[in-house]
Design a protein around this ligand. Sequence first.
Ligand code: COA
Length: 265
Amino acid sequence: MPEPPPENPVADTEDAAVGTFSDDEQGSVAHVYTVEPIAERDGRTDELIAGFLDAGERERFERFIPEHSRLEFLTGRVLLRSVLAKCLGVKPAEVGFEIDENGKPHLANNIGHDLQFNLSHTRGLVACAVCRAHPIGVDVEIIEPARATAGIAERFFSRAETAELATLKGNDRVGRFFKIWTLKEAYIKAHGRGMRVGLGNFSVELAERSVGISFADRIDDDPAAWQFISANPTARHFLAVAIRHGAAAAPLDIRVTQWAGLSHL
Ligand SMILES: CC(C)(COP(=O)(O)OP(=O)(O)OC[C@H]1O[C@@H](n2cnc3c(N)ncnc32)[C@H](O)[C@@H]1OP(=O)(O)O)[C@@H](O)C(=O)NCCC(=O)NCCS
């Protein structure tokens, strides 16, 4: 059995040369890039809008309220198109998306590539995850203690998760709340069916250095097919990644890196 990957593997170095998978990495590595969202709209922002958003995305950008959500969306598209363009060897503007019936974006018109990706944004942080062949989901959340209530846990978490949370107090409870939240979101985002999966139908299982999952009897899924990591890319954020590599395959090496590319554009 391969060693499980470390739980908090966030690299503390910046890496502008993102998105390349060397031949020996193919299928065995997942890259996760995090970036602080653009803080305010200025002339440079307008250049990014023109260079990185298609017509539909520009309309969406203008509809977002408040302003920080708008800029998180823009930052997400800049990050995603930059990373995928590097992987595909094309220009960022040539990366097209199609949205499936559950709202999950996939690559359009890039036939022959098996890249899988996912995106998440929250106040102060944007992340994208990319790997080959395996469904992948990423979630980032800002830690807001006021959201970590028993009522929200009872509404969204499984019974086992809620019971475990109730044994904790103070910062331990808040941290555990957002760890569970992001892991559950990462799972449903990798799955792609969104909230239709049923958040109470599965439980994330937290050991000291690893994360697993268990399913209610009515769910036809295999815990051995899944891999998770949880990390704190900043002191204010939780990040989780879920990958379905399949029961027969080894876990991937998941590398989390701060993306410095925004300042080079
Ligand atoms: C839409 C959803 C996939 C994630 O929403 P979210 O956590 O608010 O937002 P995130 O920033 O993490 O993710 C949004 C991105 O995920 C991607 N996405 C959208 N639908 C998706 C789906 N069905 N599956 C995977 N990814 C999806 C998109 O890229 C989207 O960003 P974009 O609109 O800029 O392209 C969905 O899970 C949802 O509605 N969640 C509700 C949150 C909740 O109540 N969670 C309970 C806590 S356990």
